[in-house]
Design a protein around this ligand. Structure first.
Ligand code: CAO
Length: 490
């Protein structure tokens, strides 16, 4: 598949677009009116324009004037999940993402959890859409030659190697910044600076170190990790925000910067409400936690709260018709104070609306187990979808427990592009999660992930401008291909 043809036409060995702009403006003769202080002029100029000095609105229809990150080129040195999540998002926003992979091997996930013989795994394909792949041995001198050219022609380098690995390749911040002062260098690491900064980290390590596991699960059971990949994909999301912010700042400063997201920090950010509760503990028990109503004392750290809601409104997962034989015939039910009246009517306990034993949230706290048992008697008479319909009709928020099978088959998610069917030349059709961020003027088209090294030639020639003889020299050096078997053995 010829991908990103228009982008690859960009003149090779060119300076990053931004550097060119800086040079251009440096050449401009000073205007006569230079006597006026620049800041004053800028204020006056932007004050005239609506939109804080933004350019004149495009006259093209929405969705037809490029994408949010059109023109941004990413040197994607990421692997496994956290980094690829980030660069996939950037690609969906229109950036030209060039994924550098180790010759012969590639991103390790290509071969992990394989389901179709000989095809890149779903683990890989679902995290690397809309990217181009080039294979480079970054430790080979000719490989470094190609990498240096890429550094000069990209805007952002994204990596999630083990701590120190980029430096060991010789790609220190100083080195990169000397080659391209506008380069943003964005990294995922397991931990930030401190005692654990040199540790390698995977998803569940981060969930544990970021405070999620100690606060997930039931009080009388062990800590639990969640199915949502808050350590990997969560940190990738954080990093993407850091990168676009750095790109925005670069418009003003003209220089790149380092962007670091530690997985521990990313998880903690998502577990923020539990650090809130840790501090509330000093002032008394956490009354919205079930254990308060059950008369169980609190310790000195936030306990696991089962399925209690984190927002101060009592909530539980309740059985619906079909449970427990159907493992997902459940619904999340919240006894929100403002809808207590409709809840009482629905479950057939209208007197609870005025009975002082039940009428106020405070009175209900010690009886939550009994109250939820009563609500469950009602939810068990219906399917989770019937409960959802009945509750939403009177504005009671509830959450049916959807299986991945149900989500995969949900037509509305297909219609919004949140679940997308993609065709792949080796594995055939598969489902993926599309861009969860919808923008009206930057529409995402999900393209299949690249085969290993699929775009090596077009990147060398079209992006980097190497001549045929240079390409041959680089290729013959072995810097872009897997070592031959006998070399490996030697
Ligand atoms: N050419 C030559 N060498 C390459 C290369 C290339 N194109 N790409 C990678 N390598 C080398 C690295 O330079 C490194 O070599 P050194 O150890 O000699 O410096 C080596 O491959 C291994 O890289 P790594 O240490 O990053 O990989 P790993 O499998 O040992 O560890 C991981 C994986 C994820 C634990 C580690 O990268 C890490 O902690 N990353 C940061 C946190 C993170 O993102 N974790 C989440 C991953 S998703 O679950």
């Amino acid at each position: 598949m010829a991908k990103k043809k228009s982008k690859t036409k960009a003149k090779a060995k060119s300076r990053p677009a931004s550097q060119k702009a800086a040079k251009k403006s440096a050449k401009k003769p000073a205007k006569k009116s230079a006597a006026k202080p620049a800041a004053k002029k800028a204020v006056k100029k932007s004050a005239k324009k609506p939109g804080n000095g933004a350019p004149r609105p495009s006259s093209k229809p929405f969705g037809q004037d490029g994408k949010a990150l059109t023109g941004v080129r990413i040197l994607d040195f990421t692997h496994v999940q956290s980094g690829p999540t980030c660069t996939q998002l950037l690609a969906w926003f229109g950036a030209d993402v060039i994924k550098v992979e180790r010759p012969g091997v590639g991103d390790i996930t290509r071969g992990q959890l394989m389901d179709v013989k000989g095809a890149d795994s779903l683990y890989f394909t679902m995290l690397n859409h809309n990217k181009r792949s080039i294979t480079i041995d970054s430790k080979h001198p000719q490989g470094r030659r190609v990498l240096d050219a890429l550094i000069k022609s990209c805007d952002v380098l994204v990596e999630n190697f083990a701590p120190g690995a980029l430096d060991r390749m010789g790609l220190t911040w100083d080195y990169i910044h000397n080659l391209n002062p506008r380069m943003i260098v964005a990294s995922v690491k397991g931990f930030g600076p401190g005692p654990y900064e040199d540790c390698k980290v995977y998803e569940n390590v981060a969930q544990c170190a970021g405070g999620s596991a100690s606060t997930t699960g039931f009080r009388d059971g062990p800590p639990l990790v969640t199915g949502a990949q808050i350590g990997d994909s969560g940190t990738g999301l954080h990093l993407a925000l850091g990168i676009v912010s750095a790109l925005y700042q670069r418009i003003r400063t003209g220089r790149g910067q380092k962007v670091l997201c530690a997985m521990q920090d990313g998880v903690l950010n998502l577990a923020r409400v539990k650090l809130r509760d840790q501090q509330r503990l000093k002032h008394g028990p956490l009354t919205e936690y079930s254990q308060y109503g059950e008369g169980i004392p609190f310790g000195d750290a936030v306990p696991r709260a089962g399925n209690d809601s984190g927002g101060g409104q009592p909530g539980r997962i309740l059985k619906c018709k079909g449970a427990p034989e159907d493992p997902n015939a459940y619904i999340y039910f919240i006894t929100q104070a403002p809808v207590w009246g409709p809840i009482c009517d629905l479950i057939g306990e209208p007197t609870w609306k005025t009975d002082p034993e039940y009428a106020t949230p405070k009175a209900r706290l010690p009886k939550l187990n009994q109250i939820f048992e009563r609500i469950e008697q009602w939810t068990m008479t219906m399917t989770k979808f019937e409960v959802m319909n009945a509750c939403n009709a009177v504005d009671i928020p509830v959450g049916p427990i959807l299986s991945m099978k149900e989500i995969a088959e949900e037509t509305s998610l297909r219609e919004t592009g949140t679940v997308v069917e993609v065709d792949h030349p080796v594995r055939g059709k598969y489902l993926t999660v599309g861009n969860p961020i919808k923008m009206s003027d930057s529409i995402t088209e999900v393209e299949r992930s690249p085969l290993l090294g699929e775009h090596t030639d077009e990147i060398l020639t079209d992006v980097l401008g190497f001549k045929a003889a240079e390409v041959a020299e680089i290729k013959n050096s072995g810097a872009l291909s897997a070592p031959k078997k006998e070399e490996k053995a030697a």
